[in-house]
Design a binder for this molecule. Structure first.
Ligand code: SF4
Ligand code: SF4
Length: 554
């Protein structure tokens, strides 16, 4: 076990810096005053079908069906997709459109379960895998896929895909993201303190899948209890290729590219993935879920969530079943304080405001933040003064004011030229902007517009391909028909030729020869033309003329 970057052992591993970033008040102690608890089950669980990036899964149940805890409710049919499972036992009472947590405030298909209070596990779940080292990577990936595991750091990208970069991309290093750099959020901290050993087991499994030689766990130095928990777990752990690296607290050190830069000094080029330089990065909660899936045979049906903020009575962390309503968690955390200002999904920097608390928790929910009016300064946006402060703090080395201009002008090509998709929506630029421009909202809007445009293009490309394919198919069928007809005709002609009566053919040939001879004689003038149908007098004249000619010739 190695520990780098701590005050006692700071020089073991060199740390790098990323550009920009902010030192923010962390507000983390608020939710760490109480130990994490299991959230009580709701009577109704509203489970969104789409809790990941990729294709939605196919629903396997219908209203009225009895379901058990852990039972698969929807199956992933596409490669980039993830199934969803029942987080408690009960009866499916609806499959319909429900409001879900999303910046757009849109509704989406959800499966609603009325729980029976028994919380009874499905006894058909796959058996725990006792010795993962005897399994192939594909067997373990299949288990991870079955469990519906997605990136729990917020990205919600299906983990099976991320853990399978392909044979042409060998992975040397697994980076474990335990930085949890955003203010207020402590769910990873709480998970590490309560389940460090299971997280290390998840790391072992993932290193086995990737054949990685080294694991670097990056954690900010403001989480001393979590650091101690990992150190303790590492001291009892067999592996000696897992290194705990304590890094300075600076926002957003938990961004994937930023953490990789801090720990390895390597930059991920634009439009590239960490796997392109031999690195895969996973959040601690994802690794905990991997261990649950492999070692226990449990799908991802719950997660640690921070319920915090000045607007909540008893801020704390809770292990929350998927589909629990936020209103229920607020109630279990003592309810709202006076002067509630805003309900935010996520933290104050990267989160987004919710219009209601009757929305379900899903796999990507890490924090519910309730702010208070007293602390909320009303900032009215004013025009950009081109001060350049936003560019100074941007950890992605972008030009936020340029992105803002083009996003505002809806110049979607230009905004991409300025690398919009390298923006991690960290909010540093908006935080320092003296004009209080909601910059990130403009970037999100532009990204959504570009995705919509691409989706539109994708659909029209598919329609065009279908049309071209249909035309080609019709042309092929027509050509085949014509070829068949031609062949049939040839066969008929051959048959006809073979079927001719030899006697008849001889007569026809003789007649043909006579006609040809006659034609020749006519051409030589030996037979006068138009001699048919003559009157007797005409014939006589001709005969006499022929006689005279013969006499004169002799
Ligand atoms: S910080 Fe705000 S005002 Fe200054 S350049 Fe950036 S967008 Fe403009
Ligand atoms: S939100 Fe985007 S543009 Fe703004 S600082 Fe963060 S990465 Fe840079």
């Amino acid at each position: 076990m190695h520990v780098a970057g701590t005050s006692s052992n700071r020089n073991q591993r060199k740390l790098w810096h990323f550009h920009g970033g902010l030192h923010l008040p962390d507000h983390k102690s608020m939710s760490m005053q109480r130990p994490p608890v299991e959230a009580a089950h709701d009577d109704l669980l509203v489970i969104p079908l789409q809790q990941h990036i990729g294709e939605p899964p196919e629903v396997l149940v219908k209203p009225g069906d009895k379901v058990l805890k852990g039972q698969m409710l929807a199956r992933a049919n596409a490669y980039v997709s993830a199934p969803v499972h029942a987080s408690s036992s009960g009866t499916v009472v609806a499959i319909d459109e429900q409001p879900v947590p999303h910046p757009s405030g849109l509704s989406a298909t959800c499966i609603t379960i009325e729980t029976d209070g028994q919380d009874k596990w499905d006894d058909c779940l796959p058996a725990p895998i006792r010795d993962y080292k005897n399994c192939t990577a594909s067997e373990l990936l299949e288990r991870i896929h079955w469990a519906g595991i997605v990136g729990l750091g917020g990205a919600t990208f299906p983990s099976r895909v991320k853990l399978n970069p392909g044979a042409n991309k060998p992975i040397d290093t697994l980076v474990v993201n335990a930085a949890e750099c955003e203010p207020y959020i402590t769910c990873d901290d709480a998970l590490i303190q309560s389940h460090a050993q299971e997280i290390l087991q998840g790391i072992d499994i993932v290193m086995h899948i990737l054949s990685a030689k080294l694991c670097l766990i990056g954690i900010e130095d403001n989480k001393q209890d979590a650091i101690a928990a990992i150190q303790q777990a590492l001291s009892e752990h067999e592996s000696d290729n897992i290194e705990l690296v304590v890094i300075p607290t600076i926002y957003p050190s938990g961004g994937e590219k930023q953490l990789i830069k801090i720990l390895t000094g390597k930059e991920i080029p634009g439009n590239s993935l960490p796997a392109d330089i031999g690195i895969v990065c996973h959040n601690v909660a994802t690794l905990f879920a991997v261990n649950n899936a492999v070692s226990k045979g449990h799908p991802l049906i719950s997660r640690m969530v921070t319920i915090t903020g000045e607007g909540i009575s008893k801020p704390q962390n809770m292990i929350v079943p998927n589909g629990t309503l936020i209103s229920s968690l607020i109630e279990q955390a003592g309810g709202y304080n006076n002067n509630v200002n805003e309900l935010i999904m996520g933290g104050p920097m990267m989160g987004y405001a919710l219009s209601s608390d009757t929305l379900p928790v899903s796999k990507g929910t890490n924090c519910i933040l309730v702010t208070q009016k007293d602390n909320a300064v009303q900032n009215i946006p004013t025009p950009c003064i081109r001060c350049g402060k936003c560019a100074e703090v941007c950890p992605a080395l972008l030009l936020p004011q340029q992105l803002y201009w083009y996003a505002r002008a809806r110049d979607l090509d230009k905004v991409q030229d300025f690398n919009l998709f390298d923006c991690i929506e960290c909010g540093c630029c908006a935080h320092v902007c003296p004009s209080h421009i909601p910059l990130v909202q403009y970037y999100r809007f532009a990204k959504t517009e570009i995705w919509a445009r691409e989706e539109e293009k994708r659909k029209s490309d598919i329609a065009r391909q279908r049309h071209e394919f249909r035309d080609a198919r019709l042309a092929r069928i027509k050509a085949e028909k014509q070829a068949k007809l031609r062949k049939k005709k040839e066969v008929l002609e051959k048959k006809k030729a073979a079927d001719v009566d030899p006697k008849k053919a001889a007569i026809e040939a003789a007649m043909k020869r006579a006609a040809e001879k006659k034609q020749k004689l006519q051409e030589e003038g030996k037979i006068p033309a138009n001699t048919e149908n003559l009157t007797a007098a005409q014939q006589r004249q001709i005969d006499e003329a022929n006689k005279r000619r013969e006499n004169s010739e002799s």
